[in-house]
Design a binder for this molecule. Structure first.
Ligand SMILES: [Zn+2]
Length: 281
């Protein structure tokens, strides 16, 4: 039974919110310099990620990579690691706390503790026109996790082996030449590229809806450190209905890597977080 409201309930509700992490106190990427560095860049690599599967790729610090929709609307699940140490990986939770629920141009993808430094900066987003729709939905979220066979088993009792989690695990095991069991804990919460998601206004539940992405759309990143990436083309396709099955229409995704003539003016690869790690001892 719900407790009756206290007399000052409305007063308490009317207290204005405070931004948890105002980011104006930290160094911000100099976007104009990043964009200038795209002039005359050279495409150095191209990778096709098949539907309901994943592939890994590397991007040196100071280069760009682009995830491109081809053939049909498709959502991608992105993992990032430091190329020489996969214990440093993308931290979707802190990225969300710093930049909000959905990312676009100028936002950065942060690594986990104790590293906490920018791994990549978003430099171009052809879906930035979407904003937030009437349901509270937007694209490129850091609020979901990744579709996985454990949650699917829990909810349906069935086994499905081509969730993004499994696809990322297989791809990472192939890259590292290690057993899936060994590398599985390194797979982490993703950036949901092109996915359109939000929380329902009445119950606060995580929702998805058909992605507005169309062939030719892309999301572009600048690699702040030497990166190992893995991209899964989600079995949910455009994620308009379900995601842990072979039902949805699925399409490949393309990853292109570009090397600029020279790095952005004034840019240096960020060092690990400067906290002393004394923890009060
Ligand atoms: Zn998925």
């Amino acid at each position: 039974m719900k407790r009756s409201e206290p007399q000052d309930a409305e007063v308490r509700r009317k207290i204005p919110p405070v931004i948890c992490y105002p980011i104006h106190t930290m160094p911000r990427p100099h976007l104009a310099a990043y964009q200038a560095a795209r002039e005359g860049w050279e495409k150095v690599d191209e990778l096709m990620v098949p539907p309901r599967d994943a592939r890994t790729f590397t991007v040196p610090a100071g280069s760009f990579f682009r995830i491109i929709s081809i053939q049909g609307p498709q959502v991608g699940d992105l993992n990032l690691w430091a190329v020489d140490d996969i214990s440093e990986r993308f931290y979707s939770g802190k990225t969300r706390a710093l930049h909000g629920t959905h990312l676009s141009t100028g936002d950065q993808l942060w690594s986990c503790l104790p590293y906490l430094r920018p791994m990549a900066t978003i430099t171009h987003d052809t879906l930035d026109w979407y904003g937030f729709d009437e349901f509270g939905g937007s694209v490129h979220d850091v609020i979901g996790t990744r579709c996985d066979p454990y949650t699917h088993k829990l909810l349906s009792g069935h086994e499905y082996h081509h969730c993004c989690h499994s696809n990322l695990t297989r791809a990472l095991a192939d890259r590292m030449g290690r057993a899936m069991d060994e590398v599985e804990p390194a797979v982490h919460d993703v950036l949901n590229v092109f996915m359109c998601t939000g929380f329902t206004r009445d119950t606060g539940q995580y929702f998805m809806k058909a992605s507005p992405v169309r062939p030719g759309d892309s999301l572009e990143f600048f690699a702040e450190i030497d990166l190992l990436g893995a991209l899964a083309a989600c079995p949910g396709g455009d994620c308009s209905s379900e995601h842990s099955s072979d039902v949805a229409a699925c399409y490949p995704l393309l990853v292109e890597t570009y090397r600029p003539k020279s790095p952005p003016q004034g840019w240096t690869s960020p060092a690990r977080n400067a906290y002393s790690r004394r923890h009060g001892d």
